[in-house]
Design a protein around this ligand. Sequence first.
Ligand code: FAD
Length: 390
Amino acid sequence: MKKFDLIISGGGMVGSISAVAACQSGLSVLLIESNKSPFLTENSDMDLRVSAVSWQNIEYLKKLGIFQNLYSNRIAPYSHMQVWDTRSQAHINFDADFSSQSCLGYLLENNNLVQAAWKSLDSYPTCEIITGHSIDSLENTGSQVRVQLTDGHEFKSRALISAEGRKSKVREFVNIKTTENDYHQFGLVAYLSIKDAPEFTAFQAFNEGGPIGVLPMGDNLFSIVWSLPKDKVDYWLSCDEQTFEQGIVNALSNHEIAPKVTLKSARVAFPLTQLYAERYFNNRVVLCGDSAHGVHPLAGQGVNLGIGDVQLLFELLDSSVLKDDLLLHKNLRKYQRRRISQVKETSEMMSFLHHMFKDDNHIKKPLRSLGMNLINQSPLKKWFMAQAGS
Ligand SMILES: Cc1cc2nc3c(=O)[nH]c(=O)nc-3n(C[C@H](O)[C@H](O)[C@H](O)COP(=O)(O)OP(=O)(O)OC[C@H]3O[C@@H](n4cnc5c(N)ncnc54)[C@H](O)[C@@H]3O)c2cc1C
């Protein structure tokens, strides 16, 4: 039976970044991805799933050599963010601190990041990749993990990372329970072109029903994430293009951009829920990314939290730690404690904002106006900026 230091199940953004971090720490890695070929190539159609990756996490991706493998004509920096409430004068503006950073972050298609990480893995002979199969059973006792794949092959390792996303099978195998809260919303994603919008600027408008995020991908192209109540999403997915474009203009009202909008892609929607795993490890199996936590996408924090998990995990894991039961468990407890607290802080703030802005309750309305304008002028703004980097 072939043995690795680490098996990683799930080769999406978080799993493939973990694999590169592990290889860079000198570990041998088996990466298992259940899809056959999840990637984008240089000329393929735009991936509808886009992420805003914070400046701090971009720096980490540079250190891992992943950023350099992104198709550079398909990524876009953003330096400003304008946030407003369409039902009042309340607004907040965020700008990059150009003394220490060149932008707030980059917008990139999820599959561009995945292909870049997989390209980095090509240069590590210590990494093997299996696609089109998944773990069928696992044993997680003593000082190693044994897995059997759906094709019957068996492997063992000193530890196993689940980066399988929200519906992780490995998480079930090791009996880690989750709590899931339904936001009763879907996130509708699509591309638009918007004429004469300010450059390098992302927008977020809070509406009754949910916020809309508008992310600049360069050349007047924008990716949107429109959070809609469940009973409205089918209408906005299937209405004709003109009606949809007018819906976007209305959802961005009360702001100087007064956009001229053209729909440029298909429309797809994802259910929005908050998810917490009750623990982040069991013996030698560790959860990372959406396997461990799911947050509302209103501030684009999901993959940023996942990259934060990877960064801390590989500060705490190396080959000597993996060989030492006591030290490994001590370090995994530290990982769990720190990440649960960070994730909770971010996720609860997203939930608070979701509840504050989603309806026109007469108590919430004046409170959110006051709150947004106060934040815009106070040190709390720094807290929001710091969250974007976690
Ligand atoms: C509408 C929307 C907009 C968002 N916008 C942003 C944003 O702007 N910024 C941001 O930071 N986050 C954003 N997110 C969140 C972000 O997409 C997720 O946090 C991120 O995709 C999590 O990455 P992951 O690698 O942990 O999981 P996933 O992306 O779910 O990847 C899991 C991988 O594991 C594979 N897999 C699944 N099961 C198995 C198995 N049993 N065996 C082997 N492989 C398996 C899958 O095929 C996949 O490749 C958004 C989410 C939504 C819904």
